[in-house]
Design a protein around this ligand. Structure first.
Ligand code: SAM
Ligand code: SF4
Ligand code: SF4
Length: 351
């Protein structure tokens, strides 16, 4: 079967793209690239210290894809319809010379380059990243309160410095900066409205994320999830909201705007209102394994073909084949039966 077909009409850049389409008709539009499995935080919902402690073995340098290898995968993906790559991790700003990779990716025609970071090193790097061609940045920040921040992220890092990173990114032209807050019942849910108040009118877009059962190490329980509609109702009581349309197909956040003109806020409802039907994302781990779902247990190794001489055409063919048989829709199937299934860790493929 030919894994690609012409898309109907034109895409949002006006160019006819030969897009890969999966078994449910979902095009391949986004590629998330993890550039490292290491992190300087130990968020309890992602890399709990009991598992990711001093004895944990991270990937050795030679098993991690080089910038040249990543750029080759990105070029092959772009020719299959990918329009946005998002650099992630672990913590992507720990990867040396990241602006060099950003420049290589920004040089691929039709590709927007975005980054998700915990913000701890952003103040120092924002300008160089923007100058290299970074288009957008998302900063994770779960609470404005240092004590609660520490409970969520298990890092002795002042919130003030993350806020400085957000401001530095905006000054460097990376606005609107998106700010992601994972909400956990009984830990930071009571500070959600305060976060909304802080970013209301700031020009940054706060998005609340439902705590997900990614990986197998975070001890996730459904009781820990605060349904987004609860947070929405709490914010709406203080700062009235109205729903707005998604900006594009596959946008993960449900968007709202403040009725007083104070900007936007979003809700990522992966648990209570899954959005698999519009999921256009593939994920590449730091060691070069391609996953077609955040909750996948296995992926397709691209490093071996990359290191045995495959070029862009061979990679394109391989990626297209993998995407053409994709049937993932984990969040729509989430149930008691899926709870015990093996799946990849979030810090390995980057969310
Ligand atoms: N280290 C970077 C950061 O924290 O932004 C990038 C990687 S992190 C894995 C990407 C995103 O996944 C972050 O916004 C983080 O809050 C989110 N995340 C991690 N574990 C999660 C979970 N169990 N449920 C929901 N979101 C999660
Ligand atoms: Fe690190 Fe990001 Fe995972 Fe937190 S969510 S442990 S900052 S990779
Ligand atoms: Fe996409 Fe898998 Fe998440 Fe569904 S569960 S939205 S298919 S990554």
């Amino acid at each position: 079967m030919n894994p690609t077909r012409q898309t109907q009409g034109t895409d949002d850049r006006g160019a006819e793209a030969a897009a890969a389409v999966d078994r449910f008709g979902r095009p391949l539009r986004d590629l998330r690239i993890s550039v490292t499995d290491r992190c300087n935080f130990r968020c309890r919902y992602c890399m709990p210290r009991e598992v990711f402690g001093p004895d944990f073995t991270f990937l050795p340098r030679d098993q991690i894809l080089s910038f040249e290898e990543i750029a080759l995968v990105a070029r092959a993906s772009a020719s299959l319809g990918v329009r946005k790559v998002r650099l992630t991790g672990g913590e992507p700003l720990l990867r040396a010379e990241l602006p060099r990779l950003v420049a290589m990716l920004a040089g691929v025609s039709g590709l927007e380059v975005a980054l998700t970071t915990n913000g701890s090193l952003l103040a120092q790097q924002a300008r160089a990243l923007a100058e290299a061609g970074l288009g957008r940045v998302t900063v994770s920040l779960d609470s404005l309160d240092d004590g609660i921040f520490r409970e969520m992220n298990d890092a002795s890092f002042p919130v003030r410095l993350v806020l400085e990173g957000i401001e530095a990114a905006a000054r460097a032209g990376l606005s609107p900066v998106k700010v992601n807050a994972v909400v956990r019942r009984g830990v930071n849910d009571h500070t959600a409205v305060e976060l909304a108040r802080h970013f209301h009118g700031s020009g940054h877009v706060l998005r609340f994320i439902e705590y997900m059962d990614v990986g197998t190490t975070n001890g996730w329980r459904l009781d820990d999830v605060v349904p987004a509609r609860e947070i929405l109702a709490a914010v709406d009581r203080e700062l009235p909201l109205e729903a707005i349309e998604p900006a594009y197909r596959g946008e993960v956040a449900r968007r709202y705007r403040y009725r007083d003109g104070g900007g936007e806020v979003g809700f990522i409802t992966s648990v209570t209102q899954p959005f698999c039907g519009d999921c256009t994302r593939a994920r590449l781990s730091a060691e070069g394994v391609l996953y077609t779902c955040l909750f996948a247990a296995a992926g397709t190794d691209l490093r071996e073909p990359l290191r045995s001489g495959s070029g862009e055409a061979e990679l394109r063919e391989l990626l297209g084949r993998v995407w053409s048989v994709r049937e993932d829709r984990y969040s729509e199937q989430r149930s008691a039966e899926t709870a015990g299934l093996p799946r990849v860790e979030m810090s390995y493929i980057g969310g």
